[in-house]
Design a protein around this ligand. Structure first.
Ligand code: GUN
Length: 291
């Protein structure tokens, strides 16, 4: 029987543990606070940010909500970040991407105090991860590690194939899989849009992570019996329904399920874990700042 990995249930367990951490910090007058900054031309960003804020409030993390006009100069965003960096009541800062074209996102990432960078996108935090002593782990790959652990999937000595080389998922996932620590010690291959014969790589895998942003790129014919399949994709495709679209992953769920020993659904797999790990990083940031 193929196990359908329940990301909502695993995330709920993590939120419960974090709730008591938040209460204990709050009793020392150190209630965690996450500031979100929204200056995004993507209409979906507003929904994502409000989901992150609701998640925080549910477990007692305070939020600050900063919205900046899309046509405001870059200096407005940078001054906002400077103010949040300097504010001792703010432990964590997240600038939702994408930002408008007239703003260099790299400059944004480098402006955020690395101690408050709960996305773990600042080059200092990326460098620490690559060097093997992460401060914060990026939320999606960390969530995947937690999901594998909760499903009793051993990574040590296994062949992990990541499809996608993004800064947010593919690259940090590879770094976590090769680290000498629980959830690591995997023999790791990173495939991407220029990979020849992708199926020959995925067929060799014990664990496949689909994170290319291509709808249903990976199907059952590309998998070997018993593979663990983690689907990071959330792709909007046209559909003949009320909304006119549906969300599909990077994995063709129905055919992949026939081969997989365990597989994440979309939605309800990786997504809730990404959100839970943002809460985890916010709690961690608060602890690091109170030590
Ligand atoms: N936009 C899409 N995903 C993310 C994320 O994980 N963090 C931020 N800051 N922006 C995003």
């Amino acid at each position: 029987m193929t196990e359908i990995i329940d990301g909502n249930a695993v995330a709920e367990g993590i939120r419960e543990e974090l709730t008591s951490c938040v209460e204990s910090l709050a009793s020392d007058d150190e209630r965690p606070t996450l500031a979100t900054v929204l200056m995004s031309p993507d209409p979906a960003s507003e929904t994502y940010v409000s989901m992150k804020q609701n998640d925080c409030e549910e477990i007692g993390i305070e939020t600050r909500d900063v919205e900046i006009d899309l046509d405001a100069p870059a200096s407005d965003l940078f001054e906002t970040i400077d103010d949040l960096n300097a504010d001792d009541d703010v432990n964590a800062i997240l600038v939702q991407s994408p930002v408008p074209d007239h703003i260099d996102y790299r400059e944004v990432l480098e402006r955020i105090d690395p101690l408050k960078d709960v996305d773990a996108f600042h080059p200092e935090n990326v460098g620490r991860l690559v060097a093997g002593y992460p401060r914060y782990k990026p939320c999606t790959p960390h969530g995947i590690q937690q999901l594998l652990a909760a499903t009793d999937v051993e990574t040590e000595g296994k062949d992990a194939v990541i499809v996608g080389r993004s800064r947010i998922v593919g690259k940090p996932m590879a770094n976590l899989f090769i680290q000498k620590a629980p959830g690591g010690n995997a023999t790791t291959t990173v495939c991407h849009s220029r990979t020849d014969d992708l199926a020959s790589k995925t067929r060799e895998a014990d664990i496949v992570v689909g994170a290319a942003g291509v709808p249903e790129l990976i199907d059952g014919s590309m998998l070997t019996e018993g593979t663990v399949v983690i689907d990071v994709g959330i792709n909007r495709v046209d559909a003949d329904n009320e909304k006119g679209y549906e969300l599909v992953g990077d994995v063709d769920f129905e055919s992949a399920k026939e081969k997989a020993s365990a597989i994440t659904p979309v939605p309800g797999g990786v997504g809730p874990m990404t959100r839970a790990m943002l809460l985890y990083n916010t709690v961690k940031a608060t602890s690091l700042q109170t030590d």
